[in-house]
Design a protein around this ligand. Structure first.
Ligand SMILES: [Zn+2]
Ligand SMILES: [Zn+2]
Ligand SMILES: [Zn+2]
Length: 146
């Protein structure tokens, strides 16, 4: 946790930003809820517990800044709500998601799995892949076991 905060701090410094207490509180909430996919409002409500003086606008700006610096990714699962998701450290590309159409749970796949597909796209379309978003829609293992 502290090490990751430290690394985020360095990323901010490289881009000439400071890790203010409000920004730090926001990053902590993201780290503590890493497997969730929180909306800006969700993040705000949790940050408020740590830093009651913080405003929604500040949290919004912090999230946008973190997205710009590629600390988090903004993602949308089709419900019109932007969610903020920490990038896995050291990962070249964004991780994949499985969205359950019955219970709404979002699970993550950290392994890229797309090497062959990426090679084909690059070759057949002469397209240099920098990143991707992959969301599977279906029925999760929990719902299938019921
Ligand atoms: Zn995710
Ligand atoms: Zn990939
Ligand atoms: Zn499910």
């Amino acid at each position: 946790m502290e090490e990751r905060i430290q690394r985020v701090k360095e990323q901010l410094h490289k881009a000439s930003y400071k890790l203010t207490p409000q920004r730090e509180a926001t990053v902590r909430v993201l780290l503590e809820n890493e497997s969730d996919h929180l909306s800006a409002e969700d993040v705000y409500l949790k940050v408020k517990d740590k830093a009651p003086e913080i405003g929604l606008a500040t949290v919004y700006r912090t999230l946008e800044l973190l997205a710009e610096l590629k600390v988090v990714d903004k993602i949308n699962f089709g419900d019109g709500v932007a969610r903020f998701d920490l990038r896995k450290e050291g990962a070249k590309h964004f991780h994949h998601h499985m969205v359950c159409m019955e219970c709404g749970t979002v699970d993550e796949i950290e392994e890229d799995l797309l090497d062959d597909v990426e090679k084909r796209v690059e070759r057949e379309f002469n397209f240099k892949i920098l990143d991707h978003r992959l969301t599977f829609h279906g029925i999760c293992h929990r719902c299938r076991e019921e």
